[in-house]
Structure formats: structure tokens, C-alpha cells
Design a protein around this ligand. Sequence first.
Ligand SMILES: O=C(O)c1ccccc1NCC(=O)[C@H](O)[C@H](O)COP(=O)(O)O
Length: 253
Amino acid sequence: MIVQIYEIQTPEETETLVSMGVDHIGSVLTSESGWRDAGVKAAVDASRGRARHSIIPLFNTPETVFRVLDHYQPEYVHFCDALSDGPGILPECRNMILLQEQIRRRYPNVGIIRAIPVGPSGRGGAVPSLALAEMFAPISDIFLTDTLVLAPSGSQDRQPVKGFVGITGRTCDWCVAKALAAWSPIPVILAGGLSPENVHEAVLAVRPAGVDSCTGTNALDAKGRPIRFRKDMARVRRFIDEARRAAAPDPIS
Ligand SMILES: O=C(O)c1ccccc1NCC(=O)[C@H](O)[C@H](O)COP(=O)(O)O
């Protein structure tokens, strides 16, 4: 069971996660102009040989993405462009397929994690998740299901980061995630609203190759709201324990 934790932006947090036995550590580059981030570079270097590091660029200009891969040399690049507006497949998918094909050729040692948008619990049928997975399977190494916020028809994109799927703190439709995990020729990491409280149930329901958490393991502010880019390490510890407990073989059978 792969346990992946986002958003880790410092070597200190990387050290803590490595000592807890996290498999994948995720960092985020929030802007194209600020792609060179000393904290993220130190975080990636701190995990080398001890955990796998994935980087999300919240931009997709090919030349800048290539600079990112040359500079950070992560094990994975993670693309989470939304791909869908709910019912439809966005035309921008074509550019992302071309970009992933280029990365495959230029960086054979960098794995590609592709986020597949899935509707929220009970609304999975509203998003063409499996059709998107079929398009991206030949040029991806790992899929990550993530929750697409559905906007009322005709209204604007409602994702927390416009144009990208992720960090909603809301679970995706586990029936769709389960169907994807059963069909997929590549490993599927379940993401979207996972926390120490629900990850055990999620693993038993979906049977993914891995689990990912961001919001549900972030520290909270005085009003109880998750703080972006700050982890609650006690919650991370419990998340790992619960994920491993769910993945362990049943001692009775
Ligand atoms: O982490 C970010 O800042 C981010 C921003 C925009 C899109 C995706 C992002 N992270 C991707 C992840 O893998 C998150 O862990 C995933 O979306 C799950 O998030 P959450 O529902 O908050 O657990």
C-alpha cells in the first residue's frame, strides 16, 4: 500500500515523514514564475533514496515543466489539470497528452502520476472518469483519483485552485474509484477527502494500490480551518497507521 502525503515544502517535514515510513512525499509549485523554490528543492533532496518524491506543477507550459524536472529530479511528476468540467472532456486534454508523451521520451526515469477527476460521493456518474483514464493510461505510470467539484450548469469552475482538480477535502465517489482500480492497467492511488477517520473504510471499499491525503492531515487554524502547506504530524501518523491496518492481511483468514 503506497501512502502519499501532500503538501510538503520543507526538508524538516520531509525528515519527519521519512521517519514515519511514508512512501510518497508530494510538493507543490504554486506558480510558473516562482518554479525555483529553495524549500521544495531541499525537501526533494532530503527524501532521495529514502522515499519517492512527486512534484505538482500548477502550470503546464512544456519548457517550464522540463526545467522543473531538470532542476528537482523527482521520482514523479504529478499532473492534476482538471481535464473535465463535469459532463464534458475539455479540449485542453490534447495538450496534456502531448506533454506527457514528450516527458515519456525526454525523461524515461521520471514517472507520471495523472489525476483522474471523479465526481463527489454519489455523483460519480456526472464525470467521464473512465473515458479519461482510457485516454491517459498508455502515457501514465500511476492514476490518482481526485474529487472534482461540480458547479451548477453554466457557472464557473469551482475547484479550490482554478483549472486543477484537488485539495477539496471531500471524498470522491468510491464506486467509480473502485471500478477504475479494478479496470486500470496501472496502479491507482485513491485521493480526495481522506483522513485518519475514513482511510480504513476507504481502502476496504475501493481496494486501491495507494492512498493520498492533504487537507485531512493538515494543521487547523484557530477557527478549525485547515492551513495549506502545514501538516499536523500526529494526524499523519494516524493516517499511516490506519492505511496500513486496512491493507494488512486479515489474521483470521
Ligand atoms: O496540494 C495542492 O496544493 C494541490 C493543488 C491543486 C491541485 C492538487 C493539489 N494536490 C494534489 C493532491 O494529491 C492532494 O493530496 C489531493 O488533491 C487530495 O486532497 P485532499 O482532498 O485535500 O486530501
